[in-house]
Design a protein around this ligand. Structure first.
Ligand SMILES: Cc1cc2nc3c(=O)[nH]c(=O)nc-3n(C[C@H](O)[C@H](O)[C@H](O)COP(=O)(O)O)c2cc1C
Length: 159
């Protein structure tokens, strides 16, 4: 069974809604299991057990939130062991053009440094799903599609 972890931090619930839609997308792919966890409850063992990891964060100052960065910093203890796992990222922000793409890129950058595999898409949000405030139907749909896309790639690499 291919395993995907969706881990997110959310203070006021916007990123949580998007995370649930991403997880729904992951679960729509046959043969893939999905664990949905909050960042404070995510351990290095969770990272090691997963074949694919999708990380969600609110946009804080155009980047991932400090608590999400802290999780990445802790994964330094297993540096090298995440190599080749599949990654993905999503965010919610307070405004359009207020840093959501740079926030997603900050997560993808950390994943690339860890040797993970990330992919974009020619359709929909190229870097990863996002919402301004509480996700609307379009944002939730993009999140489901991204969850399914990452799950599909993970299944190909870790059948
Ligand atoms: C410390 C802090 C920094 C923030 N920085 C930004 C920002 O740079 N750009 C932006 O659009 N929104 C910013 N916001 C707004 C949040 O990204 C937005 O409200 C988000 O949807 C909150 O997600 P949550 O409901 O999952 O906690 C910031 C909020 C906080 C508390």
């Amino acid at each position: 069974m291919t395993k995907v972890l969706v881990t997110y931090f959310s203070s006021t619930g916007n990123t949580k809604s998007l995370a649930e839609a991403v997880a729904e997308g992951v679960r729509s792919v046959e043969g893939v299991t999905c664990e949905l966890k909050t960042v404070p409850h995510t351990t290095n063992d969770d990272w090691l057990a997963a074949d694919g990891i999708i990380v969600g964060s609110p946009t804080y100052f155009g980047q991932m939130a400090g608590r999400v960065k802290q999780m990445f910093d802790v994964t330094a203890q297993v540096y090298g062991k995440l190599e080749g796992k599949v990654g993905g990222a999503f965010t919610t922000s307070g405004g359009a053009g207020c840093g959501h793409e740079t926030a997603i890129m900050s997560i993808l950058t950390a994943m690339l440094v860890a040797g993970m595999v990330v992919r974009g898409t020619t359709e929909g949000p190229h870097f990863g799903p996002f919402a301004v405030g509480q996700p609307n139907d379009d944002a939730l749909q993009a999140a489901r599609e991204m969850g399914a896309r990452v799950a599909g790639l993970t299944k190909k690499l870790f059948p």
